[in-house]
Design a protein around this ligand. Sequence first.
Ligand SMILES: [Fe+2]
Length: 158
Amino acid sequence: MRTERIERVRKLVYSLLDEAGLDSPASSLMHIESVARISYLLAERRGIEKSELAYIAGLLHDVYAIVTGEREKHAEKGSLLATSILNTLALFTFSECQIITEAIRNHSSKKRSDDEYSEVLKDADALDHYLSSSIISAKDRERIEKAFFELTEKSPCL
Ligand SMILES: [Fe+2]
């Protein structure tokens, strides 16, 4: 999935990470790229109208945490940073910005259910944590099983 808007967001994200001068940006980059792709696949599977927005929410969802090193309230603060990034790019309608930033704001609240884009992002985030580390938190188990099955029609080895 490559669109002009995805590439413009990606370019800005990479420049922010670059400016932050991180010691080991590779694993952070792998996580956001992976969550973006899984989000896109889940959105397509679920028949969500604008799967491109799910991809972009994935790319942006942890930028605040990566750049600042802060995990505390990173979803809420990350949503504000994403708003500023999207406003800078001026490529999205107001409602598209709201969809993306709302998904980011909700993505740490994995025990509750929110709108379809938020649920895609939460599931993709949980699934990537499983795929990259196989450390499963109890709160993510159900999401991982469901998302894994949706994409593979198999159960994961949890
Ligand atoms: Fe994440």
